[in-house]
Design a protein around this ligand. Structure first.
Ligand code: ADP
Length: 164
């Protein structure tokens, strides 16, 4: 049986921390599917289409990774449809652990067959989040080393369009 994992997230935008988790996660499973979803508790900066495009471009070099877009459905149902028995998530800190634990227990309650697998963030990326990078970017701070090239280009494009 193929071991399939789903990595759901809002990826608004994808950071080097996310990419590191994807690259390491891809080695653990036969197939890793990235779910570029909407987090209803967060206001999105990029549209779903923009996020999907940059994630696809960024992971194109990893053969067993594919990307899917927004599904108006529970993550556990999406995983079942995809045949994914694992969810992949990343943990940067104790704060993440508390948040991730709640989600993982809830998902386990909704589907007992689904296991959440956590990867600890790479130390050099453990202090970055999409939110903090957007904040720094908004005030012209340098974030280049923390985002993949495609994301950096998308950020520049968005800035140019907003200045028009
Ligand atoms: P969500 O809104 O669903 O939390 P995010 O895009 O913010 O989606 O995060 C998706 C997953 O990636 C979460 O498990 C989060 O903890 C993890 N993550 C976020 N930033 C990093 C990072 N710098 N390094 C490793 N994992 C991260």
């Amino acid at each position: 049986m193929k071991r399939i994992a789903l990595f759901p997230g809002s990826f608004d935008p994808l950071t080097m921390g996310h990419l590191d988790t994807i690259e390491r996660g891809a080695k653990l499973f036969d197939e890793l599917i990235i779910g570029v979803f909407v987090n209803t508790t967060k206001k999105s900066y990029f549209t779903s289409e923009e996020k999907l495009e940059v994630v696809k471009e960024t992971v194109a070099h990893i053969p067993n990774v594919r990307v899917i877009g927004q599904e108006n459905e529970l993550t556990v149902n999406v995983a079942e449809k995809l045949g994914a028995k694992f969810l992949l998530r990343g943990i940067r800190s104790v704060k993440d652990y508390e948040y991730e634990k709640e989600i993982a227990y809830m998902n386990h309650h909704l589907d007992h067959k689904l296991e959440t697998v956590f990867l600890l963030a790479e130390p050099k990326y453990s202090h970055i989040s999409s939110s903090i990078l957007k904040e720094v970017w908004a005030f012209n701070g340098d974030i280049k080393e923390y985002v993949p090239d495609a994301v950096y280009r998308a950020l520049e494009e968005k800035r140019e369009n907003s200045e028009k």
